[in-house]
Design a protein around this ligand. Structure first.
Ligand SMILES: *Cc1c(COP(=O)(O)O)cnc(C)c1O
Length: 436
């Protein structure tokens, strides 16, 4: 019989690192990645037949639980009519109508196949629309792996020792091999949640900034929320300087609330990127926003963007069915209440076992931190007890709970994680907290 270990060794012969996306390799927690054979509802099984409660949900999409019968049925029906046409369909109109109805800042939308494609295209559109090159992003926010976004600020830039000191973009460094300096000199990286740095950046570069892109509730450095003052400043500074505000809601869209983080913030972004939940587990994402901006896209405008599989019929079937099901009254309240129960339980157990531990959540996404206080930035996350997290991760895995294999990732539950599942998670956590 195949084991996780034997498959991991075999995978490494033909696939770099044995995985098709780096976090799956368990490198930040150590040990052997689980090779998955199937999943249903709140549960996932590895090839050795061990069952786990899944707290990743494919990194967000599986908000209804795995293999929801209505979603499976919709994909099966679509598949009977072939997988792809390379020509428009009525279902794509329904999908666009649904998105624009649920997220009112999106007047028009374009479907793509991954979150990376959505952010990359939104940035090109923002540059085309404004005629400017400079992009502002925040440290710890992930927006996919387009070249211009794989960048870290040069040392010193993030501290702003002197208010009057100019930011030097030539000190930017790529955060990946293969990214040219020429590309990243157009990206300004600022510390998350740092109002003074944001004001400083707009004062120095205002007329050159095409767009500010942000994860409105950061979920790629664990879960970190912004202060209301910071959110308001992002909107007013971009408006004031003629730059576009792009909410990258690939993770938060239809995850934290039906209308996304923007509905919770009371903010109308100029452009929004969506992915994950909207595809229901199929490769689909989208970007959209103000009509006057979206009208700049090909075929009517001069900003080029295209995709052989964009609006794929199977992906649209899965996505549309998912969006219809999450639209029911009370869905997000129920999801959020269940997560609250879990997190309160975890905090209590951690306290009893004597660990510094805190949690946070918004709708269907949550963060757990081995630290006394909720973090405000990437720096705070880095200062939490990473070694303890690793031990906790493995202790939970042994007890049949599959957490995100990194302290820099948020967790995700589905509507199938009901009281009895949460009860099981807390039983596991009691054992895990005592072991670590
Ligand atoms: C996952 C994610 C992306 C990238 O999406 P992919 O589909 O993995 O390319 C972009 N932005 C955010 C906020 C994400 O969470």
């Amino acid at each position: 019989m195949a084991t996780n270990q034997s498959l991991f060794e075999r995978a490494q012969i033909t696939t770099p690192g044995g995985v098709n996306s780096p976090v799956r390799a368990f490198r930040s927690v150590g040990g052997t990645p689980r090779f998955i054979s199937k999943a249903k509802g709140a549960y996932i099984w590895d090839v050795e037949g061990k069952q786990y409660i899944d707290c990743i949900g494919s990194w967000g999409p599986m908000i209804l639980g795995h293999a929801h019968p209505e979603v499976v049925k919709a994909v099966q029906v679509a598949a009977e009519n072939s997988f792809s046409y390379g020509a428009p369909t009525e279902a794509e109109i329904l999908m666009a109508e649904k998105i624009t109805q649920l997220v009112p800042s999106i007047e028009q939308v374009r479907l793509v196949s991954s979150g990376t494609e959505a952010t990359m295209s939104a940035l090109r559109l923002a540059r085309g629309f404004t005629g400017r090159d400079l992009i502002v992003k925040f440290e710890g926010c992930y927006h996919g792996h387009a070249d211009s976004l794989l960048v870290k600020a040069g040392s010193g830039l993030l501290t702003f020792a002197e208010e009057s000191e100019d930011i030097d973009l030539s000190k930017n460094a790529p955060s990946s091999g293969g990214v040219p300096q020429d590309v990243i000199k157009h990206t300004l990286v600022l510390p998350f949640n740092d109002l003074a740095a944001l004001e400083h950046a707009f004062a120095q570069f205002g007329p050159e900034i095409a767009a500010l892109i942000v994860e409105p509730i950061a979920g790629n450095m664990n879960l970190v929320q912004m202060t209301p003052e910071f959110i308001a400043a992002m909107r007013s500074l971009t408006t004031q300087h003629g730059a576009l505000l792009i909410y990258d809601e690939v993770m938060t869209g239809f995850r934290v609330a039906l209308g996304g983080a923007q509905s919770l913030h009371g903010i109308t972004p100029d452009l929004t990127c969506l992915g994950k939940v909207m595809g229901g587990g199929m490769p689909m994402a989208a970007f959209g926003g103000r009509r006057d901006i979206m009208q700049k896209l090909a075929p009517i405008g001069n900003v080029y963007q295209a995709g052989t599989l964009s609006g794929n019929p199977l992906a649209v079937a899965a996505g549309l069915t998912t969006l219809n099901l999450v639209s029911r009254e009370g869905f997000y309240t129920e999801l959020s209440n269940n997560i609250s129960k879990l997190l309160k339980g975890l905090e209590q157990l951690a306290k009893e076992a004597g660990h510094d531990f805190s949690t946070d959540h918004v709708g269907g996404m949550f963060g757990i931190y081995f630290a006394k206080e909720k973090p405000q930035s990437l720096e705070d996350i880095t200062k939490s007890d990473m070694e303890k997290f690793k031990r906790f991760f493995h202790a939970m895995l042994d007890e049949g709970v599959y957490l995100a294999p990194s302290a820099y990732e948020a967790g995700f539950l589905s509507i199938e994680h009901n009281d009895s599942v949460i009860e099981k998670m807390l039983v596991a956590a009691k054992v895990a907290f005592s072991k670590i």
